[in-house]
Design a protein around this ligand. Structure first.
Ligand SMILES: Nc1ncnc2c1ncn2[C@@H]1O[C@H](COP(=O)(O)OP(=O)(O)OP(=O)(O)O)[C@@H](O)[C@H]1O
Ligand SMILES: [Mg+2]
Length: 376
């Protein structure tokens, strides 16, 4: 099962809209989907018409330690439509952090419940609240993929820096590295500002940005008010088109073969839909026949237990491939074959992220600190 969390602490950037409609679109691809509403505001619950769900069947009841209120995850699942089920939320969820604050392993509670439930879903999609607190931390820790909706507002990227910082913290502290993908939302091509923001988002996220862009579409607002997904409300709308395209991209992240199969299924189901052209980000063309160059990363740290080099070239991932080898003289080294270009990077020495002291070239990053820069 793939767990996909939709997170961004910025309010109103399209998390719930993405969660509801991506879930519905993946379900339409024939895959079994569970949507978990992890926001005490319960917007996804309302948005899928479950506002009258029993209050004792919610994600709070799954996560609480209170024996009288706790329920098995399978007992809190409510069927929404073909292939789509949901665990609703309610305001009680806002008390959970206080309740679990002294409980060991509280940050892994959601992951543990999903894992122990042995649920039969191909995707679990989690809608996060607009904060970087306990609930979002649980969702990030559970996720294999984190989707970060980014709207076209002036402050959108500022918040994203903090969220990515939390994901980095989870990498370092828990050794869990979800794939991160940004999703451009609320794009209005009539506004020059949307274009400017989109370019900034593209520069910031590079190939971690979904090719699909979610356009501003009033049908998305109307459908949520009617308590249904945009696919049910108006399959011919731009909102439905964009979320189907997004679902295809998400499924494609799993591997080409499965994507092909899913596409065949959706082609069959979408016969009646005439899809209008949507704005797309032009694919980044690789340089013609690039020849890899050998980049040597080395650091003198005789007392260190483990050293990694993370950067643009390995999506800032700490894993075996980014581990440096210790040499006899106490220094650490890693040789990487990289295509010519400019790369930002840092060393991670026993969990601490540091600059390359042997390289004076550095650039400020969106978190306000600096990365070392190597040109090949
Ligand atoms: N692409 C879109 N076109 C038009 N309206 C949209 C679009 N995406 C979201 N909206 C509307 O913008 C508002 C905020 O969207 P949404 O609830 O999805 O954001 P959110 O990030 O979940 O907010 P919160 O942080 O409060 O949970 C809603 O009224 C929603 O219907
Ligand atoms: Mg929301």
């Amino acid at each position: 099962m793939k767990i996909v969390s939709i997170a961004n602490q910025k309010g109103g950037c399209g998390k719930t809209t993405t969660a509801i409609n991506l879930s519905s679109a993946i379900a339409r691809l024939g895959k079994k989907v569970l949507l978990i509403d992890l926001d005490p505001q319960a917007h996804a619950t309302f948005g899928l018409g479950l506002s009258n769900a029993p209050t004792d069947k919610s994600i709070y009841n799954v996560l609480t330690d209170n024996n009288e209120k706790r329920r098995d995850i399978a007992n809190c699942i409510i069927s929404v439509s073909e292939n789509l089920d949901m665990i609703p939320s309610n305001i009680l969820l806002s008390t959970l952090e206080q309740e679990l604050k002294d409980t060991e392993g509280a940050v892994s509670k959601l992951f543990g419940s999903i894992d122990a439930g042995k649920l039969n879903y191909e995707y679990t999609i989690i809608d996060c609240p607009p904060s970087l607190g306990f609930l979002t931390f649980n969702a990030l820790r559970a996720a294999g993929i984190v989707i970060v909706p980014v709207d076209m507002g002036a402050f959108s990227l500022m918040g994203v820096g903090k969220l990515l910082g939390m994901i980095e913290l989870i990498k370092v502290k828990i050794n869990h590295s979800p794939q991160v993908r940004a999703l451009a939302t609320l794009y209005d091509r009539r506004l020059k500002y949307s274009e400017t923001m989109l370019n900034e988002i593209k520069t910031f996220f590079k190939d971690q940005l979904f090719e699909t862009i979610i356009r501003l579409n009033v049908t998305l607002r109307k459908s949520v008010a009617q308590g249904m997904s945009v696919l049910q409300f108006d399959i011919k709308s731009n909102g439905a088109h964009d979320h189907i395209a997004l679902a295809q991209e998400v499924v494609r992240m799993e591997g080409a073969e499965e994507f092909k199969q899913a596409l065949e299924e959706v082609a069959f189901k979408q016969e009646e839909v005439v899809l209008p052209a949507s704005p797309r980000i032009p694919a980044i063309q690789p340089a013609a026949e690039p020849v890899d160059r050998c980049a040597i990363f080395s650091i003198n740290a005789p007392k260190a237990k483990e050293v990694y080099v993370v950067g643009d070239f390995n999506h800032w991932k700490i894993n075996e491939a980014s581990r440096l080898a210790k040499l006899d003289d106490g220094s650490w080294q890693k040789k990487l074959a990289l295509t010519p270009g400019k790369y930002r990077y840092k060393f991670v020495v026993d969990g601490e992220w540091i600059l390359d002291s042997q390289n004076a070239e550095k650039e400020q990053n969106p978190f306000g600190s600096y990365d070392s820069v190597k040109k090949l």
